[in-house]
Each structure stands twice: as structure tokens, then as C-alpha cells.
Design a protein around this ligand. Structure first.
Ligand SMILES: C[S@@+](CC[C@H](N)C(=O)[O-])C[C@H]1O[C@@H](n2cnc3c(N)ncnc32)[C@H](O)[C@@H]1O
Length: 389
């Protein structure tokens, strides 16, 4: 990893502590753990994992930039979609999964307030205690008048949720299995100890729930022997729980990814695992446990199938570009000031990052899953691409 910035000594010490914990788990497991276990610990080990420890992750000074960090235009557009759905339901709540720095909640609630369309409650379900605290402070600072509507929950309500559930870049932050297809069978990558560090170990001949799910997912995809990819085994049970809790409303998932046939393209035969460290992207997840983000692209066909199995309707699928344009991006941009002012130029630059194909516009997709909604969901009216799933 030649051109990566070198972490500071205290960061390396924290990483060594997490590495030591994982080495113990590997020894207890007989010499190797599935990659999904390794990734889960790297991201979420209490106090040490990437999302659980206190590093600066989001925004220009962090490791990567998400759409809410690029521009408030993102949250304002989402507010259009959420607002219309809430109006069609005659009220309801918003629940955001994995709220990051809290920026999306701030922009969304601010816009909904100006539309006079606030949700009854804004619930946040966040795995990371550290981020939860940061979100509370940010929302308290920017929207003190709305803080009493916002609450943080540790589990989903059992049932009866009415409103909108949102997750921006949450599916890509769930741990995945990493597999290789040998032409007939799936073999899972495990992680073993190698000195103070870690090494891959491909485990052939294993059959378990994960290999069965992956078998079903890849069958018919004509992968060549040696093809490597990832599979999010938590997504289907997660979506099932989400669906059980939803009485009426919209589940809006935004992430980078592809429909299955595009995900399993020959160009991606080494998989889509990606790590981010201080704005540098690379592909070695075994490096510096806990210090870098690890992600994998989302299989949107698998998401749609899991939604249908959970009795949700797939109401729309499109790129971030079309979603934001349908939700009034251009109109919001013009509101940022006369076109010859700095405010306008800055907002126009941010809008380009959100929608240009070479930036976030086409890599990021939006999928809308609904139950009991009878309006076309804003965001999917301009160019619905469900036929690509
Ligand atoms: C890449 S960050 C995205 C943060 C934010 N949504 C944004 O767009 O800036 C992923 C977030 O998802 C959270 N997360 C991951 N799995 C989750 C789950 N099952 N439920 C709730 N939050 C989760 C992480 O703790 C983190 O806050």
C-alpha cells in the first residue's frame, strides 16, 4: 500500500489492540474465521471497530465523503420524497438507519420544517454508540427546536410503523462473505493469522447456510471459474425484520451497487471489496483493522428479491441522478441564489458531484420498497429502471 498515509502511533496502537482480539478469536475458531466475522469486528467491535471508535470518518477531513456530506441539496431532495409520502399517509414517522454524522437528519428535518410537513417522530437506529453521541450533539446544535422529536432506538419497533424508513450507505457497511466460484461450487474466503497481521485462506468443500445462499444467488449467472465476489448474508434477515415492522409506508435504500447481472460482470471478477483511509481507496481489507472503512457493492436484485419475499412492493429503482432530479434538485439549486454568486457556484459544484455519471450520479442507486402506498413515489417518476433488476 505504497501511497497510503501512515497512521499515527496512537491509531496503530488501537488497531493492534483490535488485531490481538481477532487473533484470539481466530485461535479459538481453530485457525481461521470467515471473512464476514473479520469484517464485522473491524467495523463494529465495541470501542475498537471503525464505526465504534472515535476516528473522524465522514467528510473532507475524514476517510470518505457520503452524499449528505457533499451537500445539503441531497437531504432537501429526500425531504420532498419523504414529505409527499407522509402527506399521503396523513402523517407518520421517519426512521433513519445508520445516521453517520447526523447531517442527513439535519438537512431533511430542516426542509420538512419549512414545508410544514414534519414527521411526528424522527427515529434513529444507529449501531455505533460513538456516532449516536455525535448525531445527538449535531442535531442539538443545528435544530435545537426539533430535538424533542428525535429519538435514538436500539432495536426496531415490533410492528405498526407508519411513515418512511431511510438508509443511505448502510447496506454497503454490513459485513459480507467473500467467495470464489470454481465453476461448480462456492468456496468461502476465511482469514487466518500471519505473524502480527492477517492472511486470506480459501476454504473449499464447506457447506453451510452462507454457501447455500451464495449458490442460489450465483446460479444462472455464468460466472467464470475463479470469479471472486461478495455476498451480504445479513441483508435478507435485516429486510425481513424491517418489513415486519412496517405497517404502511416507504423504505428508501440508497447505496452504490448494481443489479445482479451487472454486479457479476466479467470486469468485476476480483470482487468489489473496497477500503477507505483518509480519502484513499484501496482493496486490502486485512490492513490496519479498525482504522479503515471496508465496504462492498450492493446487489440490488438480491435486495428486490428479499423485499418481495418479505411481502413488500418494489415501487421504484433508479440512479441517484434521476432520483434527485425528480425530487427538485434544479429548483433547490436555483433557490441558492442568483447564478452569478458564490453561493450558487458552490451549490452547483456540489450538485455536479451528486449527479454527474463519473461522480456519484450513476454509481449510486435508489430503491423504494413500499407497503400500502397509493401514490407514485417521488424520486422514481422521472426514470424508473425496475426492468434492469
Ligand atoms: C457509510 S456510513 C453512512 C452514514 C450516513 N448514512 C451517511 O450517509 O453519511 C454507515 C453507517 O451505517 C451504520 N450501520 C451499519 N449497519 C447498521 C445496521 N444494521 N443498523 C443501523 N445502522 C447501521 C454505521 O454505524 C454507520 O453509521
Amino acid at each position: 500500500m505504497n501511497n497510503l498515509p501512515v497512521p499515527a502511533a496512537d491509531e496503530l496502537a488501537l488497531s493492534a489492540e483490535l488485531a490481538s482480539l481477532i487473533h484470539q478469536e481466530i485461535a479459538a475458531a481453530g485457525g481461521a474465521v470467515p471473512f464476514s466475522h473479520f469484517m464485522e469486528r473491524c467495523l463494529y467491535a465495541p470501542g475498537l471497530g471503525y464505526y465504534s471508535a472515535g476516528h473522524r470518518k465522514f467528510g473532507a477531513g475524514g476517510d470518505f465523503v457520503t452524499a449528505p456530506e457533499v451537500s445539503p441539496l441531497f437531504g432537501r431532495c429526500l425531504a420532498r420524497s419523504c414529505g409527499e409520502v407522509l402527506q399521503s399517509l396523513g402523517g407518520g414517522d421517519i426512521l433513519e438507519f445508520g445516521a453517520g454524522s447526523g447531517q442527513l437528519a439535519i438537512d431533511l428535518l430542516g426542509e420538512l420544517e419549512s414545508m410544514d410537513c414534519l414527521p411526528e417522530r424522527y427515529l434513529v437506529l444507529e449501531r455505533s454508540a460513538e456516532l449516536k453521541e455525535r448525531q445527538q450533539q449535531a442535531i442539538g446544535r443545528h435544530l435545537p427546536q426539533l430535538l424533542d422529536r428525535v429519538s435514538w432506538i436500539d432495536t426496531l419497533p415490533d410492528a405498526g410503523f407508519r411513515g418512511v424508513m431511510l438508509a443511505n450507505e448502510v447496506l454497503d457497511a454490513m459485513s459480507v462473505e467473500c467467495f470464489q466460484w470454481d465453476g461448480e461450487n462456492v468456496a468461502l474466503f476465511h482469514v487466518r493469522s500471519e505473524g502480527e497481521g492477517f492472511a486470506w485462506q480459501l476454504q473449499a468443500g464447506e457447506t453451510n447456510d452462507a454457501t447455500a445462499c451464495i449458490d442460489a444467488c450465483v446460479s444462472g449467472s455464468n460466472l467464470c471459474a475463479g470469479y471472486i465476489s461478495e455476498f451480504n448474508t445479513s441483508m435478507q434477515p435485516w429486510l425481513q425484520t424491517v418489513a415486519e415492522c412496517l405497517d404502511q409506508g416507504l423504505v428508501l435504500l440508497i447505496d452504490y451497487g448494481y443489479p445482479r447481472h451487472e454486479l457479476f460482470h466479467p470486469q468485476r471478477s476480483s470482487g468489489t471489496l473496497m477500503c477507505h483511509y483518509r480519502q484513499h481507496a484501496h482493496a486490502d481489507p486485512l490492513l490496519w483493522p479498525g482504522l479503515q472503512d471496508i465496504t462492498a457493492h450492493v446487489n440490488f436484485t438480491a435486495v428486490a428479491e428479499a423485499a418481495v419475499a418479505a411481502d413488500l412492493d418494489v415501487a421504484g429503482y433508479t440512479t441517484q441522478t434521476y432520483f434527485l432530479l425528480d425530487c427538485g434538485l434544479e429548483e433547490f439549486l436555483l433557490q441558492s441564489g442568483p447564478t452569478d454568486t458564490m453561493d450558487y457556484m458552490q451549490a452547483a459544484q456540489q450538485a455536479k458531484t451528486l449527479i454527474l455519471p463519473g461522480e456519484m450520479g450513476e454509481r449510486f442507486k435508489c430503491i423504494g420498497l413500499t407497503r400500502g402506498i397509493d401514490i407514485p413515489v417521488p424520486g422514481f417518476r422521472l426514470h424508473d429502471q425496475r426492468e434492469r433488476l
